[in-house]
Design a protein around this ligand. Structure first.
Ligand code: 5GP
Ligand code: SF4
Ligand code: MG
Length: 464
């Protein structure tokens, strides 16, 4: 998901809509905005579909006045798989000291246990979302201010969270102690902005100030930014998959350009797994920077052998298997004239279920390719993510049950190679590769080493 918030600018909801539009790649199912104005109070709008189709209508935006607003774009990782509007954020709570709204990116790994406990003690849940626990924990806290209640609540929450919240006068941002999901701070005019990614600062002309640190909670008012550290300090474990796929290539993470990291992954891949071929083609859009790097390193010409229909979203995010299957053809088509008779290297960011790669191989061979070689810009995805990226259950993951050679046969390609874990770490700037004793990032979906125990999942029978 994507989160965004702004304080101290007129028509904050319009800025929020623009920010969410830039974060649309993080969630395409639904979006929501809450704003506050001294006369109109708190107002909210939550809608299914794209930001541009909802939050551009003047009649809707007029209902969201004020100089303070937060927003959320959602794709469901927890909660019911049937999309329901009750699950769309931001969530709102009314406390004795006033109202508060919150928007959460990530996944709470002990949400089921918390929910059970809270319901037994009388909380009335409105949604299926794990994020709603935070509101109920805040309601039960005995602290006097909302930021203090949030600290209380979040100390009971395990897992990954980047939260943007607001009261009548404050914009609040928090990252979990490991800093699994991103959150950055920016400045626009006399106001302040919080956003999942820097690309959403660019769209509103905001200046990037810094990242919110792992475990940091900031309280922002018109007079400035106050920083708190409510959690026990731990070594950070940022999601390495944000670099590989999830974030936009024009965003900056930890002073590194996401595009440059992805290009570098392509360079590493070409060094690790070279192959003779006539052209290097990306699987658009997610494979583009790595394909450029592969081509630069190998000297094999880069070409757009697959053309992307710009009117389709990210296939992975479509909830059902059947739609996903069709989705590949609706989204991607082979550039026949270019492919015919050629030995083709295809570069994609990841193989999850293998749906995309199988279809693409079929299409490329139909178009008359002489050979098909897959090069994948992440290691085999063998484990589900429980921290906010929607990977399927373990038995649906190709790499959970197959070796690299078995996957090659299953996909029926001439060769298939994944970047090594160390190669991926080198590409994100860790010259020595992965520190096996104390990994610098979360890479659980590749390594199976979960930095936070997925306790709800284990309760349900998941085996580490
Ligand atoms: P597959 O078809 O193998 O299930 O999925 C691989 C494709 O889905 C890749 O082209 C990749 O760009 C995209 N993808 C991979 N992982 C994720 C993810 O965790 N979330 C989303 N939204 N898309 C993904
Ligand atoms: Fe990111 Fe993978 Fe860790 Fe999930 S398991 S947070 S996708 S690195
Ligand atoms: Mg892709």
């Amino acid at each position: 998901c994507g989160v965004f918030g702004v304080i101290g600018v007129p028509d904050a909801a319009n800025f929020t809509a623009l920010g969410l539009h830039a974060l649309q790649h993080r969630g395409q199912e639904a979006g929501g905005i809450v704003s506050y104005d001294a006369t109109a109070g708190f107002n909210s709008a939550r809608r299914f579909g794209y930001v541009r189709d909802n939050f551009t209508k003047q009649s809707l935006m007029e209902t969201l006045p004020g100089e303070l607003a937060i927003g959320h774009v959602r794709y469901s990782t927890s909660g019911g798989k049937m999309p329901v509007i009750r699950d769309v954020q931001p969530f709102f709570g009314e406390f004795s000291m006033g109202g508060a709204a919150i928007a959460h990116n990530g996944n709470i790994t002990n949400a089921m246990a918390l929910r059970k406990e809270l319901i037994e003690r009388g909380s009335i849940f409105q949604s299926n979302s794990d994020s709603e626990c935070i509101i109920h924990l805040m309601a039960r806290s005995l602290q006097r201010t909302i930021p203090e209640r949030m600290e209380d609540a979040l100390r009971r929450v395990e897992g990954a969270f980047s939260v943007v919240a607001m009261t009548r006068t404050k914009l609040i941002g928090v990252r979990d102690p490991l800093g699994v999901r991103p959150l950055v701070l920016g400045q626009v005019g006399d106001g302040w902005v919080l956003s999942s990614e820097t690309c959403a600062l660019d769209i509103i002309g905001a200046k990037y100030i810094r990242e919110i640190a792992p475990g940091e909670l900031v309280v922002i008012t018109k007079s400035g930014v106050e920083s708190h550290h409510p959690f026990r300090k731990q070594k950070s474990r940022f999601c390495i998959f944000e670099h590989v796929y999830f974030s936009r290539p024009d965003s900056i993470i930890g002073d590194r350009s996401v595009y440059e990291t992805r290009r570098q992954i392509g360079v590493e891949l070409a060094k690790e797994s070279p192959v003779e071929a006539d052209i290097v083609c990306p699987v658009p859009d997610s494979g583009v920077p790595a394909a450029i790097g592969f081509s630069q390193q190998s000297g094999i010409p880069y070409a757009m052998g697959i053309i992307r229909n710009q009117y389709m979203g990210r296939t992975f995010i479509e909830p059902t298997e059947q739609i996903r299957n069709m989705g590949v053809r609706l989204k991607l088509n082979v550039n026949r004239a270019l492919i015919e008779g050629k030995r083709v290297i295809l570069v994609d960011d990841s193989v999850v279920r293998g749906t995309t790669s199988r279809k693409i191989r079929e299409m490329i061979l139909d178009a008359g390719a002489a050979e098909v070689h897959f090069r994948i810009a992440s290691p085999p995805t063998a484990w589900p993510c429980f921290y906010g990226v929607d990977t399927p259950q373990r038995d649906k993951l190709l790499a959970a049950t197959m070796s690299e050679e078995e996957m090659r046969q299953h996909l029926a390609v001439d060769s298939l190679k994944f970047i090594s874990l160390d190669g991926m770490y080198r590409a994100v700037g860790e010259a020595e590769g992965r520190n096996a004793k104390c990994p610098q990032y979360c890479d659980a979906c590749f390594s199976g080493e979960y930095p936070v125990r997925p306790s709800d999942q284990i309760e349900q029978g998941f085996e580490l």
